[in-house]
Design a protein around this ligand. Structure first.
Ligand code: BGC
Length: 720
């Protein structure tokens, strides 16, 4: 352990403030040259640029090396900079968007992908990733649902924790590992009307029950960095929200890591109207334990004055600097400021064959077979295939936050098909575009002709990459343009038609579901997307993904989520399409989603034969053993996510009608029968009561399996 107290005591105030600043690489590159635009806009003086402690968004390992070298030559304290980047679903080898990967319900796979990302990123000079993003999301209009795990807190918690452990490893000093930054704390996904950055008003109970668990799980898994969210939460933007940052995060959860603001979030305190100027913004954020300010300069210009005026004590500044220095030390930067990154190492580990294989497996396991009327898998003996639609030979399938991923390195569906079936005739017809204003139907005739002449048809549909992601929200989440019409025209002439959907959010697929007999949700699958799609289409892989966000029947159903409460006038599931008077329903649409949470078909036929519990009563100190019997009634081996749901029948506050309390992935050989066991403990029955205490209440509970809105084998028990 270095003697940081001594080091800090020797630092000037400006040097300390430098450790609390993060800027884009182009700012820091102006150290040795003329001070240019970006640094000038922030009002930085040339002599202070070399004091900046951390960098984001550099472009390559040589940039990192140059910036670090120049910095160390100019910084008399020789404190290395830390280099951060948004490595969200891969560095150069891109795996599926997080929402897709979550559908695998496979924490080992999430860890494997994160390790791969860490290896590539670290070799290329990245020390820390701004991931995992574990915002809880219920509204598919919001563009950033693509970065989330969806509408289930337990799943987000398990995947988030697995990613943190995989990024950081046992020892962050190991140069193959990187630091993890959990974000965006808190409630960012609760943006009103699904519009990014919008106001978030959520009851404390709702926050604690649904929104908080995944952040907490990541912290418990050892995340050393945390980013507050942009949004105002119950009236105060997160970075200035004392209740959130001081009471919940630091006091209750005991978080002692570093807090970094989101991009210009301190500047935005002024725009939000909760700070008059930079001084007030700096005061509010620093008061809430924000250590590093990203891409604005409120600290740089105001912390000195705030200390001189006695608002803060210099010791408070020292404490923040100490947290940053300890973080840098934990990353091994004081031992090797370059952490072994070099062009040679980068080239050796980036986009390797092995990494492409991982990305291919991940894309196949993330896909969700939504519908299949005996169409898939297609035989590999087919003589001719027609690939129809805007994604038939499209490289832009990486998804947003593709980091250093290059679209030209991705495998399109067409390229995937050629590789899987080299001797088959493949016809590609685009048919139409995929944007809102692509209303041209002149390609339909050629598409229909190709469909008529092919043994099988694959419709390749979806929304463009930049229709989801940060700032990319939609008020109508159907397939853009005339893709629904194209699908109907094509499917009408060839019954052997399956649709692949490429997208960054749940879409309204009613029309496609009416006309096309098989639908395979691919998400944005990443570098090996086309290969994975063809593995699935032609039975080399067996679909195993399950939805982690509901697919609504109409955009107007949003937000729609499986773990909702009952209301006083619940609509019976059997009458979902009927108009009921004075009922909690719509007059023009059912309440149920088109495809529910947990839904996903397989080429195997999994039969949930039975669920048994070993007792009908439990106490706070005893447990219930649950045994679910699953049979693979098919000739295909496959993997299934067995889901255990609970409902608290009567409680002091309204409870969800169904709540996932555990899940397990199992592999079954053809005609194999397996018993999957779960243990129900009292802690799984707890909830946040009206007084915001975490309690369990005695009474009746129901357990069931299956998937949301389609639960089977209910069993009741009592908690004494
Ligand atoms: C996003 C963050 C991201 C940051 C740095 C912001 O706009 O909200 O998720 O980590 O930029 O790129």
């Amino acid at each position: 352990m270095m003697d940081f107290e001594k080091l800090i005591s020797q630092m000037t105030f400006e040097e300390k403030v430098g450790q609390l600043a993060q800027y884009n690489a182009n700012v820091c590159m102006s150290i040795d040259g003329e001070i240019t635009g970006p640094a000038t806009q922030l009002g930085l003086k040339k002599e202070d640029v070399c004091k900046v402690g951390s960098v984001l968004n550099f472009s390559c390992v040589e940039d990192m090396q140059n910036i670090q070298k120049t910095h160390l030559e100019n910084d008399r304290n020789k404190i290395p900079m830390v280099f951060m980047m948004d490595v969200i679903h891969g560095f150069r080898t891109i795996f599926p968007i997080p929402l897709g990967l979550a559908c695998s319900f496979d924490t080992e796979l999430a860890a494997e992908c994160s390790k791969m990302a860490a290896l590539e990123a670290s070799a290329n000079g990245v020390n820390v990733t701004f991931a995992p993003m574990v915002d809880y999301a219920r509204d598919a209009r919001w563009g950033r649902v693509m970065e989330t795990c969806g509408e289930e807190p337990l799943l987000s918690s398990r995947i988030g924790a697995a990613c943190v452990k995989a990024f950081q490893g046992d020892d962050m000093k190991n140069p193959d590992n990187i630091g993890a930054c959990v974000k965006h704390f808190a409630g960012y996904g609760g943006a009103e009307a699904g519009r990014d950055y919008n106001t978030v008003d959520l009851a404390e109970r709702t926050l604690r029950e649904f929104y908080f668990p995944a952040y907490k799980a990541c912290i418990d898994a050892g995340a050393k960095l945390l980013m507050p969210s942009f949004n105002s939460l119950n009236g105060i933007p997160s970075v200035a929200n004392k209740w959130l940052m001081n009471k919940v995060l630091r006091e209750e959860w005991g978080y002692d890591g570093v807090v970094i603001s989101d991009y210009n979030a301190l500047g935005e305190l002024i725009t939000h109207g909760v700070a008059k100027n930079g001084e007030e913004a700096a005061k509010r954020a620093f008061d809430c334990g924000c250590d590093i300010e990203m891409c604005s300069s409120a600290y740089y210009h105001n912390l000195k004055k705030l200390v001189d005026d006695g608002v803060f004590n210099e010791k408070d500044i020292d404490a923040a600097v100490l947290r940053v220095l300890k973080f840098k030390e934990a990353l091994g930067l004081f031992d090797d400021p370059y952490r072994g990154a070099s062009r040679a190492r980068a080239d050796a580990v980036t986009l390797t064959k092995e990494h492409r294989e991982i990305a291919r497996k991940a894309a196949a396991r993330s896909a969700v077979l939504l519908k299949n009327e005996n169409v898939l898998p297609f035989s590999t003996d087919v003589k001719s295939i027609a690939l129809i639609g805007p994604f038939a030979d499209e490289h832009k399938i990486l998804g947003m936050w593709k980091c250093n991923g290059r679209v030209e390195e991705s495998v399109t569906v067409y390229e995937g098909a050629k590789a899987v079936l080299p001797n088959t005739k493949i016809t590609v017809v685009k048919g139409c575009g995929n944007e809102f204003n692509d209303l041209d139907r002149s390609g339909f005739d050629e598409a229909v002709k190709a469909a008529k002449n092919a043994d099988v048809v694959v419709l390749c549909l979806g929304e463009p990459m930049d229709y989801s992601g940060e700032g990319n929200c939609r008020t109508d989440i159907r397939l853009p343009g005339v893709q629904e019409e194209l699908a109907a025209a094509v499917a009408a002439v060839n019954p052997n038609t399956a649709a692949l959907i490429f997208n960054g959010r749940p879409l309204v697929l009613n029309e496609i579901a009416k006309t096309v007999p098989a639908i395979l949700e691919m998400w944005f699958p990443g570098t090996e997307g086309g290969s994975a799609a063809c593995d699935l289409l032609f039975g080399k892989a067996n679909p195993e993904g399950k939805l982690t966000m509901s697919f609504p029947k109409a955009t107007g159903q949003c937000p729609i989520y499986y773990n909702h409460t009952n209301t006083g006038r619940p609509k019976p599931v059997a009458k979902d399409e009927e108009r009921l008077y004075y009922n909690s329903n719509y007059i023009d649409c059912g309440n149920l989603p088109l495809y529910s949470f947990g839904h996903g078909l397989s080429y195997s036929n999994f039969v949930y034969e039975d669920m048994a519990i070993d007792k009908a009563e439990m106490t706070k100190n005893s447990e219930i053993n649950v045994k679910i019997t699953l049979y693979n009634d098919s000739d295909k081996e496959g993997r299934e996510t067995v889901q255990l749901y609970m409902r608290d029948m009567v409680a002091s506050v309204v409870r969800p009608v169904q709540q996932l309390i555990d899940f397990k992935k199992v592999a079954l050989a053809p005609h194999e029968r397996k018993t999957v066991e779960f243990t129900v403990k009292e802690e799984m029955l707890r909830f946040w009561n009206f007084e915001n205490e975490l309690v369990s209440e005695s009474g009746e509970f129901r357990l069931s399996t299956g998937y949301a809105d389609h639960l089977v084998h209910p069993k009741m028990f009592t908690l004494k």
